[in-house]
Design a protein around this ligand. Structure first.
Ligand code: SAH
Ligand code: SF4
Ligand code: F3S
Length: 434
């Protein structure tokens, strides 16, 4: 009889890939198959995110819910970034939890399920060359890790404390994985790392890789079956000319760039330890728009970082108005344990931070309403990757806009020309035209 796994994945794409690794490993060693129903599972995994406080607070009430409804002998495992930084505290607060596996330790899932109260949270554990099994939640889009951890130490961010120092995966392994995935039908390769354009600085043996990120993109572009390349997250500091030119000239690299601004104020950027100024960010965004006139730029912004005054916030609004991002992920600053910013005393009043978030988001809504109009009546190449419950199939344009078309699953995995008939803020609608 096969065993059943219920897995909940929070956080970023790196967690999605870690979950895929664990699913593959559990299937390989114990024949686990996935269930969407936690009450019939033999193993319940929560792959956690720690980047802001709210989901961490919700974790324990969620464990409580699972304890009430689970099968009697079902195990519960807590994995990911919250596991890394709370460690054995999780057993104390929730004694029903059977094992705790940090974000950098997912390859130890095989030991974790055999041993009660197993814990492994070593953020320097190196599984960067571990050969995982094969499982992809979406067979059309292959997530491929290119580095693990992060060396940056932005003062607000817990990630370096949950995923450890930055280690690049040798380019030969990345190319091999991309080749395999694309031969299996994934026309799109999605490269993952916290700081992808810093790729190649340190392998697990301490040496540099022969390839930097631009060279890696170039080599990936030469694989016939790979039709599209995306990546997340690049860092604005490492957006040098070589990288922007490769991004512009490589025909397979999708023309959507994530440029996480965080703040438009040079003072605040300094306090955040981001390593760039407002001027550098604007200069890079302008160069990018010059090289790729139809580029779609997305960003992350934090409001209410300690010390942020009205003038600092105005600087952020200025960048928002000048660059006109096509997607904005915006957050109210959330103090995180272990970080330097959590010790800063010049806290911004919560009401002021909330107001700034509303001003920022309202302005972005206006900008988006103006931007999306340009897509109406245009013809776009769409790669279809997801069946929707409302009888539509969704895909993405080269610039990363979501497009919905009334059609069936025969479109999945296909790249088609689509005429855009309706453009809304969050998605476009269209008809196949070739
Ligand atoms: N490596 C990526 C970020 C990963 S975390 C980068 O450098 O862009 C994703 C986003 O969460 C960050 O870009 C930031 O905007 C937000 N974030 C991180 N820590 C936060 C905190 N303490 N409070 C609020 N937002 C935070
Ligand atoms: Fe966090 Fe900064 Fe590293 Fe991104 S670059 S993961 S924000 S420390
Ligand atoms: Fe969250 Fe960890 Fe990713 S904190 S955003 S799951 S790296």
């Amino acid at each position: 009889m096969t065993k059943k796994l219920f897995i909940e994945t929070l956080g970023c794409a790196m967690n999605v890939r870690d979950s895929e690794h664990m699913i593959a490993e559990l299937n390989r060693i114990d024949n686990y198959t996935i269930t969407q129903n936690p009450s019939e599972a033999d193993l319940i995994l929560i792959n956690t995110c720690s980047v802001r406080e709210k989901p961490v607070n919700k974790l324990f009430s969620e464990i409580g819910q699972f304890v009430k409804t689970k099968k009697q002998n079902a195990k519960i495992g807590i994995c990911g970034c919250t596991a890394s930084h709370l460690g054995s505290e999780i057993f104390k607060k929730a004694p029903e939890v059977n094992f705790v596996l940090g974000a950098r330790n997912v390859s130890k899932i095989k030991d974790a399920i055999r041993q009660d109260k197993f814990i492994s949270i070593d953020i320097n554990y190196d599984d960067s060359e571990y050969a995982f099994g094969e499982f992809r939640a979406n067979p059309y889009k292959a997530y491929v890790n290119i580095s693990i951890g992060c060396d940056k130490k932005c003062t607000y961010c817990i990630v370096p404390f949950t995923r450890g120092k930055e280690i690049s995966i040798p380019h030969e392994l990345i190319l091999k994985e991309a080749e395999k995935a694309s031969k299996n039908g994934a026309k799109e390769i999605f490269l993952l790392g916290q700081n992808v354009n810093n790729y190649g600085r340190r392998l697990s043996n301490g040496n540099k890789d022969e390839f930097n990120f631009s060279k890696l993109l170039n080599a990936l572009g030469k694989i016939d079956e790979v039709k599209r390349i995306r990546f997340t997250s690049p860092h604005p500091l490492h957006m040098d000319d070589e990288f922007l030119e490769e991004f512009a000239n490589n025909k397979k690299v999708c023309k959507a760039m994530h440029m996480p601004l965080q703040s438009g104020s040079t003072e605040i950027l300094k306090a955040m330890n981001r390593g760039y100024t407002k001027e550098w960010f604007l200069d890079r965004a302008k160069k990018l728009k010059y090289l790729v006139p139809n580029v779609s730029i997305s960003t992350d912004i934090i409001v209410g970082f300690p010390g942020e005054n009205d003038k600092d916030f105005e600087d952020t609004m200025e960048v928002l108005n000048e660059i006109r991002f096509e997607q904005l992920f915006s957050f109210k600053y959330s103090p995180r344990p272990l970080t330097d910013a959590a010790k800063m005393m010049n806290v911004v009043d919560d009401e002021i931070a909330s107001k700034r978030l509303t001003v920022l988001q309202n302005r972005q809504t206006q900008i988006l309403d103006e931007i999306v109009k340009k897509y109406e009546e245009e013809v776009k190449e769409v790669y279809f990757e997801e069946l929707r419950s409302n009888g539509m199939v969704a895909g993405r344009t080269f610039e990363n806009s979501v497009v919905n078309v009334e059609a069936g699953e025969e479109l999945l995995g296909e790249i088609k020309k689509v005429k855009i008939t309706k453009a809304q803020r969050s998605s476009l609608f269209g008809e196949i035209c070739g």
